[in-house]
Design a protein around this ligand. Structure first.
Ligand code: TRP
Length: 335
């Protein structure tokens, strides 16, 4: 059986929220159970340094994200689950690829161009506060992907350009030095739900409207009670298409539960009562995993051990390819 290699990286700067869970983590864990795929999941902590200069934040986020994936049922024996910085082959490959990557290609990266434009708009020097990390970021990301000869990379739309760059970088290398890299493909899940946040806009840290995934029960309830609704009174019919409450409910509900809630809206359920039902549904789905999450976060050594095991697996396959890459470019033993 030929397996498809699927690879995903998660930058370790934030705290997971319900939007991450519904839109990325849950579908990825489900997909990783397919025997036809070899799944690689990694914590992109070197990427974190590009946008975060707070060491404690990077460490804490790494722990929280690793514990989240494990608590939600990612099976580290069935997939390769590792931390980028534990696999030095990736950064070695980054340099080798940097040497054959056109600067002009990097000049075109949306994230870099947006940063330059912001500077120009603010009357600053175009390079103000732009690091080489931000500029070279697509090469590190290409190395993440090419190091494991990934076929498919599930990403959000904002990352599609980085995948195109990874393909360009791979093709150029293959052309010059021989066919060592698979050309990866972006998989953009069009139908994956984007969950709205409290205010109805997409749930996102930058909008400050998130519901963190692992709030303790009481705080989770409180956060759900803060979802913005209109001023319709109990008994007045409500429109499920308006506001964030119904879509958030729907992301966790079965088809039957959705129908029932639609009827309740039509019958004029009170907002407080509807929110209580949303809380109960989400809390039921998360409460067992929350216990596992809390136990893992309280035992960082256990998480560390799991990541170290994953790094060993990752390094075994990365090492074999890196040997070929080094030899191809002339970094060879003189003996
Ligand atoms: N840049 C990605 C993001 O911000 C995270 C990431 C880093 C990644 N390396 C990757 C995703 C490799 C997929 C493959 O979301």
């Amino acid at each position: 059986m030929t397996q498809t290699t699927v690879l995903t990286g998660i930058t370790t700067t934030g705290t997971p929220h319900l939007g991450n869970y519904v839109g990325a983590i849950k579908p990825a864990i489900r997909a990783s159970r397919d025997a036809q795929t070899a799944s690689f999941f990694f914590l992109a902590d070197y990427h974190a340094l590009i946008k975060c200069e707070d060491p404690e934040r990077v460490r804490q986020s790494t722990l929280e994200i690793a514990a989240t994936w494990l608590a939600l049922g990612l099976d580290p024996d069935a997939v390769t689950f590792y931390r980028q910085s534990d696999v030095p082959e990736i950064t070695e490959l980054t340099w080798i690829l940097t040497c054959s990557t056109a600067k002009g290609l990097m000049n075109r990266a949306h994230a870099y161009k947006a940063a330059v434009q912001d500077n120009v708009d603010a009357g600053e020097d175009p390079d103000h506060a732009i690091t080489m990390g931000l500029f070279s970021y697509p090469v590190l990301m290409a190395a993440d992907i090419l190091m494991f000869n990934a076929h498919k990379v599930p990403v959000g739309r904002d990352q599609v350009q980085h995948l195109e760059m990874a393909r360009d970088i791979a093709a150029r290398f293959n052309h010059r030095y021989g066919e060592l890299f698979v050309l990866p493909e972006a998989v953009v899940e069009e139908h994956v739900a984007t969950l709205p946040g409290h205010d109805g806009r997409k749930m996102s840290k930058s909008y400050n409207n998130t519901i963190p995934l692992w709030l303790p029960e009481k705080k989770l309830r409180k956060s759900i009670m803060k979802i913005v609704t209109n001023s319709l009174e109990p008994g007045e019919p409500k429109d499920p298409g308006e506001g964030a409450l119904f879509p958030i409910f729907a992301a966790f509900a079965s088809a039957d539960q959705r129908d029932e809630m639609r009827r309740a809206f039509a019958d004029g359920i009170a907002w407080g009562q509807a929110k209580q039902q949303v809380f109960e549904l989400i809390n039921d789905e998360l409460s067992d995993a929350r216990e596992r999450y809390e136990a893992l976060v309280a035992d960082p050594g256990a998480v560390e051990a799991e990541l170290k095991k994953g790094a060993e697996k990752a390094r075994a396959s990365a090492g074999a390819l890196l040997d070929k890459v080094r030899a191809a470019v002339g970094i060879r033993s003189l003996g």
